[in-house]
Design a protein around this ligand. Sequence first.
Ligand SMILES: *[C@@H]1O[C@H](CO)[C@@H](O)[C@H](O)[C@H]1NC(C)=O
Ligand SMILES: *[C@@H]1O[C@H](CO)[C@@H](O)[C@H](O)[C@H]1NC(C)=O
Ligand SMILES: *[C@@H]1O[C@H](CO)[C@@H](O)[C@H](O)[C@H]1NC(C)=O
Ligand SMILES: *[C@@H]1O[C@H](CO)[C@@H](O)[C@H](O)[C@H]1NC(C)=O
Length: 513
Amino acid sequence: MFLRAILMHYFIGASVDCANILFVSPVASPSHHIWNEVLVSGLLEKRHNITLIGHEEAKIKSINYTVLKITGMDQVYETLNINELLYNKNTPLEDLQLLWDYILAFADLDLNSNALERLLSYPKDAFDLIIFDIVCGHYFYPLIEYFGNPPIVVLSPFALPPYILDAIGSQFYSFFPIIYTTYTDQMTFWQRLENTFMNLCEYYYKWKNMKVMYELAQKRFGGDIVEFDKVERQFQILLANYDATVDFAIPLLPNIIPVGGLHTKRSSKLPNDLLKILNNSKQGVIFFSFGTNIHPSGLSPEKKKIFLNTFGKLKEIILWKYDGDDLEDVPKNVIIKKWYQQNDILGHKNVKLFITHSGGLSTREAMYHGVPVLGIPLFMDQLNNAEKMQVRKLGRRLFMRDLTEETLYESINDVLNNPIYKDNMKRTSELFRDQKETALERAVYWIEYTLRHKNLSHLSVRTRDMNIYQRENLDLFGFIFVVAAAVLILICIMLKCVYKSYTSESYNKIKSD
Ligand SMILES: *[C@@H]1O[C@H](CO)[C@@H](O)[C@H](O)[C@H]1NC(C)=O
Ligand SMILES: *[C@@H]1O[C@H](CO)[C@@H](O)[C@H](O)[C@H]1NC(C)=O
Ligand SMILES: *[C@@H]1O[C@H](CO)[C@@H](O)[C@H](O)[C@H]1NC(C)=O
Ligand SMILES: *[C@@H]1O[C@H](CO)[C@@H](O)[C@H](O)[C@H]1NC(C)=O
């Protein structure tokens, strides 16, 4: 028995039973919490003990799951004017700035929270590993040092913007469009120029804001905390909400683990009243939701009217997730509710179309269930998600600024009646589901791998230790340019001398003749 136990230990790898894990989840967005809690559930199943610091309540109840909740998120949200975003007025650069404003907006709240106070009262050796959602909250980096530099797994339920790729050592801006644009992986010269410019802007914004966050963190954690770019070099792996079936293909570094659609799952049973409506709908059902951050009640009366009038012309039933009570003259085929079980609805066979803001989670749920989409993207990654769906003919994209009764009616009918969207979505769904393990299993495996081996520097590319001009070979191109220019100048000078001496010789000759 003893021998067997030892053999098991060697052959399966050192087992990792019951680790204490700190999950830093500072992104003040309900959708991040949904995604991160799916990962928590996977870790709880393996009997790990999770302590999560974030802005939302625990939805999962377990003795091994403690949430330290930062209160006051809603007050900060009110200062952000999120509903302004309903009109697609932002340029890509404004979206980029908005993201960093959003990140900084929560710094005071988070750093002065009771939740952080409680966390800092934990013993300094309390955690075997830290999971960090690095989309926001970089001012929490000093927690890593505070808890004795355990191995760090970072994750992004969001997308792969340059500031996150940069943290793990990866850049591809010649063919990977930045999320704030509507470009694809085939860019023209000018698009590539803008894309590169935007990437450089993001590096600038990262540098500028990291400095601010570092100073804020210094006030809270003390003056001698480790510099943030050094902290980032300690990250072992990145769990990325990336999947090549829908995202543009990129060469993934060994330390980037694609776990796109980690939150997707089979639908479970709907409540009976809703199930009856879905079961009995002869013409099919359209599901319409702007996700968890955006409140459609903030739309102008004209835009609301466009939606209602257009829906009134359709034969399908429309389920609209809508937060207000102000809608008048709602057509009979439109059912308004403040909340719907999105995943379970999308899994019903009678759902023919999903009208979505094209958030990262919704887009992947649509893919998982094979429902074609009409994307109405509002800002940031939604723009790029909607573009991907359109270029892959998995649905159509319509900007809010172009929304009229005609364009909406035409787009809806196109997606409903042209079989190309349904067929492509079906194939995409099959590809997406055909994996040797689920994304969640993969994520849990890699977290346990990190627990077992701790130092994963063998997965790291050395670009992480280089600065931007080394990484991009700019110094090398500069050197080649200088050498080539010097050689060229030298040749010119020589030619000139030869020419001069020749002409002066012949001149002398002519003269003497
Ligand atoms: C809770 O965690 C402890 C140790 O971390 C473990 O022994 C126990 O089995 C876990 N309980 C559950 C219900 O997962
Ligand atoms: C689980 O973590 C909590 C802190 O959040 C701690 O109080 C508790 O002792 C831990 N449980 C185990 C079994 O380690
Ligand atoms: C809806 O249809 C499914 C099968 O398609 C059936 O199992 C279920 O009982 C039906 N439910 C209602 C409420 O009609
Ligand atoms: C991890 O391993 C590498 C290579 O063996 C080593 O250079 C590095 O110092 C180690 N890092 C830590 C934090 O131990």
